[in-house]
Design a protein around this ligand. Sequence first.
Ligand code: ATP
Ligand code: MG
Length: 337
Amino acid sequence: MSELALMRKKISREREARKAAEQLLEDKSRELYLINKELEKRSNKVTEQKEKLQKKVDELQLTRSQLVQSEKMAAIGQLAAGIAHEINNPIGYILCNLSSLNEYLDDLQQVLKKQTECMGNMYVTKGAEKQAIRELAELKKQVGLAFILSDIDQLMKDCMEGAHRVKDIIAELSEFSSIRNPGLTREDINELIEKAIKVAWNELKYKAEVEKQFSELPLVLCNGGKLVQVFLNLLVNAVQSVESRGVITLRSRHEGSLIWIEFQDTGSGMPEHIVSKIFDPFFTTKEVGKGTGLGLHVVQSVIDSHGGKIAVSSKVGKGTLFRITLPVDGVLGMESD
Ligand SMILES: Nc1ncnc2c1ncn2[C@@H]1O[C@H](COP(=O)(O)OP(=O)(O)OP(=O)(O)O)[C@@H](O)[C@H]1O
Ligand SMILES: [Mg+2]
C-alpha cells in the first residue's frame, strides 16, 4: 500500500476513534446528568424527611413538657386533696365551737335580760329583790353560767388556733404555687424541706416517723417552689415504699461551696436493674393510676437546672437513700422562669 493510502487509513481510523470517544463522552455526560438529577431528587427527599423528623421531635418535646406539666398538676391535685383534709379538721372544730358559742350566747342573753329585770324590780317594788335574786340564781344554775363562762375561753382559744392553722396552710400553699415564687431567691433549704413535710403530712403521718437530722445551712440561691416539689416527690416516694410503718430520715449538711441533703427510708428498697431506670420518664413500678413515673424525672431536671447532682443507693428489703448536692450560689444561666 502506498504511503498516502496508509496515511488516509490512519486518519480515518483516528476520526472514527475520536467519534467513538465523543459518543462515549456524550453518553457519560448524559449518565452523569441523570445521576445528578437523581441525587438532587434524593437529597430533596432527605431534606424533606429531615424536616418531617424535626417536626416530630418538636411535637414529642412539646408532649413531654405537657406531660411534665400534667405531672405537676397531678402532684398539685394530690396536694390539694391532702390540704383539703388538713383544712377540714380545724374548720370542723371551729364550726362546732361556733355552734356551742351560739347556744351560750342565747343563755347569756337570757341571764342578762333577767338581771336587767331584777335591777328594775329592785327599784320599783320594795322587798321584791329577794324573789328576783332567787329567780336570777335559779336561771344561772339552769343555764350553767359558771360552766359557760369557763368554757367560752377555751372555745375561743380553739377557734383562734384553728383559724391560724387554716391561715398557715393557705400561706404555705400560696408560697408553694409558682405565682408567688416565680424566680430565684436565697432560701433556707431546711425550711423548704419543712414546707414539703407539712404539705405531705397527711400521707406521712399514718405510715412513717420523720426523723430530722438537719444542720445549719447557708441560704441557697434557688427556685424555692421547684425545690419544694422535688422534696415532696422524694417524700411521697419514700412513704409509698414503706409497707406498714417505717422511718424517713432527713439530713442536711454544708460543705464549702455546696450543701447536701439526704432522704433515707426504711422501705422496700430496689434491685439494681430498677435503680438504673428510676429517672427515666414514665418508668414506674406502681399500679396503673397510682404513679405516672414522672416524679423522679422531674426531680432530676430541677436538680440539673440548679447545677446540682442526685445520687441513689438502695438495698432490697432495707430501704433507699437519695442524696442531693446543690451549689450554694446557684449556677450561671440557671433558668429564672
Ligand atoms: N424511695 C423509694 N423506694 C423504693 N422505690 C422507689 C423509691 N423512689 C422511687 N422508687 C421507684 O422508682 C420508680 C419511679 O419513681 P417516680 O417517682 O419517678 O415515679 P412513681 O412514683 O412511680 O410515679 P409518680 O409519677 O406518681 O411519682 C417508682 O415506681 C419506684 O419503683
Ligand atoms: Mg413518685
